[in-house]
Design a protein around this ligand. Structure first.
Ligand code: LUZ
Ligand code: MOS
Length: 761
């Protein structure tokens, strides 16, 4: 049993007493909002007639583009996204009008009575078509090192191919939602499902044409996000905010699962074309890759996601000559957006399929090819950053031992020789994941810490609690600095009035950034309290220098004389009586991160998180189904703030990723309408998909260079481990048909089709 304290939301969740947005009773006069959604992917709007819908008794108001007092623009990085399209529908499911009524079902009925006339335009849905039409948000990006063309010419062996990965629905348990409550004057408070209070505040202020200080954004907690609320929540928050502003009534919008899945963007599907040059040992000398993503109708975060894919195109391998080109393509799908991994899984997937092909061509063991190419400390990444503290080769060695890889390989071969209708396969994947927002300015955070007169503490950071327990981690940091029990620290909602200008809780940096800011705030308070502590101890006859004072277990004492102590609560009271401030603001920025996008050179990451995974699967050649038998994970994790929480993140990310790779499928019709819009047709992993043996070894590494108290980020890096399942299925398929080309995701259908396929992989 673990000695670690349970995380602070656990008891609330288990007893059903944690509060989510929309849980509270409706406010008096509250209006419910329902959208009219675009029925097709691309069309010119000819007529939008509200008269029939508006005549229904009980309909308070119907809002369209014409009602926007400020600017009709919710784009953040690139300003290309209207709140309501004024002339042209850009994706099926796009909101065109908002109906407000005291009853949600009435609003929904009325939305159906809005008359929409439109002229269909040809939609672009696929990457190839968009790329051919040069439909890019910005021109091609490039990262290049060495002389790729020469290295390819001189390489003893070359291979080329193309690789595709697919989208993924976030499937957060809590859908998109917002409750907007008008206050005095122009003030509006939004309780809204967002990972970014700053973005919602700024964008809504522009939509309304009011100063940002009128918009208060409060996020108590989210029922999951996974990137799907990093910016995709802004649209719905702006709809509710606009409606509350115009009516001065509280307004609530809650998307149903179907609406949510139909209208919101997802993980970006990627396509790539590549060439690799290598020698007889499997050592890769040259890699030339083009990465194209399907970004959907508006730019959203597509550029940053493409960039992170490019930063991870070489994964954990040192490739001296590399050319990485990327183009994010505009299509008529809902704007694809951040999703755990943020392009890195899509980039890493390509190089891992390349490694497998090289190993197959040379008849080498894929583990060995990975080891021979792994980064050594001091190597440079294609974008120029020196890779340090990244021991992938050693971690692969541990993985090999933990899984008895050599024996396992023999067992799989023996099994395959003995079975005609079932086959097994092994898949291995390492990861080197860059930590920091690649947009350097986002790497900053603030914390506000109050100590009350009874010694209890109230902490606000910009961190949004979405199940990852950033709140527990930040509380642990404060508890360590001030020597307080975890229970005496309350972590508050993320609120733009208490902590303004907060970066999104994203890029795995939530605890790094907000925990560091919390540590600085707590250290300030400790310094403010020290003279008071010295005084109180002196009154007990204890004299000591400041450095000898300890804050532990809710008490303050001299290291030389621990028998005499002052309770933290008495210290707080005495500080107040002596007119010493009991609050502090902490500000942190990640040192040394920068990247020149035009040159493709810089140090985008503060550090890397490394690890590796091995999966063993069994496929049924008659049904195409697979069973995940075993997964071994070795994860290097710094000096964890809370290892149980990190273990949960590692397992959760692995399972979520295995779902992406194997069972989650997003079919669209010719009109760009998503056909899998609820769990009856969209399958996410359940307990049945968890391997029979799941062995997770967390390797502590005392990474003082990394983040707060030597800890490392854990949210996204383990997502890469799920790729081991796809690679294992591919190897099982190759045991039957060495020419097979397995599609992504490796659904039963894909497995069956691949068994008879005979194409270049
Ligand atoms: N968001 C972002 C992210 O704006 N920049 C990033 O680099 C990033 N990385 C991962 C997840 N979200
Ligand atoms: Mo993100 S993909 O919200 O870190």
């Amino acid at each position: 049993m673990s000695k670690l304290p349970p995380h602070i939301s656990g008891k609330l969740h288990l007893t059903g007493t944690s509060h989510f947005i929309g849980d509270e009773a409706p406010l008096p006069g509250m209006l419910h909002a329902k959208c009219l959604f675009a029925p097709v992917a691309h069309a010119r709007i000819l007529r939008l007639d509200m008269s029939r819908a508006a005549s229904i008794p009980g309909i308070a108001r119907i809002i369209t583009a014409a009602d926007i007092p400020g600017i009709n623009q919710i784009g953040h990085v690139i300003k290309d996204e209207p709140l309501f399209p004024a002339t042209t529908i850009m994706y099926a499911g796009q909101p065109l009008a908002l109906v407000l009524a005291e009853d949600e079902l009435l609003a929904e009925d009325a939305a159906r009575l809005i008359e929409l006339e439109y002229e269909e335009l040809p939609p672009i849905l696929e990457i190839d078509a968009a790329d051919a039409a040069a439909e890019w948000y910005i021109p091609e990006r490039k990262i290049e090192c060495g002389d790729v063309d020469k290295a390819l010419r001189e390489a003893p062996f070359t291979l080329q191919g193309s690789t595709e990965s697919a989208g993924q629905e976030h499937f957060y348990m809590e859908g998109q939602r917002c409750r907007a409550v008008p206050g005095e004057g122009l003030q509006l408070t939004l309780y809204t499902a967002t990972q970014s209070t700053q973005e919602v505040q700024e964008v809504l202020a522009h939509v309304l044409g009011v100063a940002a200080h009128n918009i208060i954004v409060d996020v108590p907690r989210l029922g999951g996000a996974f990137g799907g609320k990093e910016r995709a929540g802004t649209l719905w928050a702006c709809l509710a905010g606009l409606a509350a502003h115009l009516t001065r009534h509280p307004v609530q919008i809650l998307l149903s699962r179907d609406e949510d899945m139909r209208s919101t963007g997802k993980r970006h599907p990627f396509k790539s074309r590549w060439k690799a040059g290598y020698d007889a040992s499997g050592r890769i000398s040259a890699f030339d890759i083009e990465l194209m993503s399907n970004g959907g109708a508006y730019a959203d975060l597509s550029i940053a996601i493409l960039e992170r894919a490019m930063f991870h195109a070489e994964n954990a391998y040192h490739i001296p000559h590399a050319r990485i080109r990327g183009r994010a393509c505009r299509t008529n799908l809902p704007p694809n957006t951040a999703f755990r991994g943020f392009g890195a899984p899509q980039g890493i997937f390509v190089i891992e399929t390349v490694i497998e092909r090289i190993a197959a061509q040379l008849g080498l063991n894929p583990l060995q090819v990975r080891q021979i190419n792994a980064y050594r400390s001091g190597d440079r990444a294609p974008y120029g950053q020196t890779v340090q503290e990244c021991n992938v080769a050693a971690l692969l060695e541990t993985l090999s031992e933990n899984s008895s890889y050599d024996i396992l390989k023999e067992e799989v071969s023996a099994f395959n020789a003995a079975h005609a209708d079932t086959k097994q396969g092994l898949g291995i994947v390492p990861v080197k994941f860059g930590i920091s927002f690649t947009t350097a300015l986002l790497n900053q955070a603030s914390a506000l810490l109050w100590i009350y007169l009874d010694g209890s503490a109230s902490l606000t950071t910009g961190g949004v609690e979405m199940g990852q327990e950033v709140s527990t981690k930040c509380a642990i940091v404060v508890a360590r600095v001030l020597g307080l029990p975890l229970e005496s620290i309350r972590v508050e909602s993320s609120n733009s009035q208490r902590v303004g200008n907060a970066s999104p809780t994203a890029a795995s940096t939530g605890s790094d950034l907000n925990g560091s800011a919390a540590r600085i705030a707590a250290e300030k308070i400790r310094a403010q309290l020290l003279p008071v502590a010295l005084d109180l101890l002196a009154q007990q006859g204890v004299e000591c220098p400041e450095e000898d004072i300890r804050f532990e277990d809710g008490r303050v004492f001299a290291a030389s004389n621990p028998e005499k102590s002052v309770a933290f609560a008495d210290l707080a009271r005495q500080a107040y009586n002596s007119r010493i401030p009991l609050a502090a603001y902490g500000y942190y920025k990640t040192p040394g991160v920068h990247f020149d996008r035009d040159k493709g050179v810089g140090n985008p990451f503060h550090y890397y998180v490394c690890g590796c995974a091995l999966s063993q699967v069994q496929i049924d050649l008659l049904s195409g189904e697979h069973r995940l038998l075993k997964t071994f994970i070795v994860h290097e994790n710094g000096n964890s703030l809370h290892e149980d929480i990190d273990r949960g993140q590692i397992i959760g990310a692995f399972v979520q990723s295995a779902g992406w790779c194997t069972i989650e499928e997003l079919p669209y019709d010719a009109q760009g309408r998503c056909l899998a819009v609820n769990p009856s047709t969209y399958k996410i992993p359940t307990v049945r998909e968890i391997p029979e043996l799941l062995d997770v070894q967390i390797v502590p590494s005392g990474a003082e260079y990394a983040s707060v108290f030597g800890s490392k980020a854990t949210g996204e890096p383990p997502f890469i481990y799920g790729l081991s399942v796809w690679l294992a299925i591919q190897n099982a398929v190759l045991a039957v048909n060495p020419q097979a080309r397995l599609a992504f995701p490796a659904t039963p259908e894909a497995v069956l089709l691949s068994l008879n396929s005979n194409k270049e992989r």
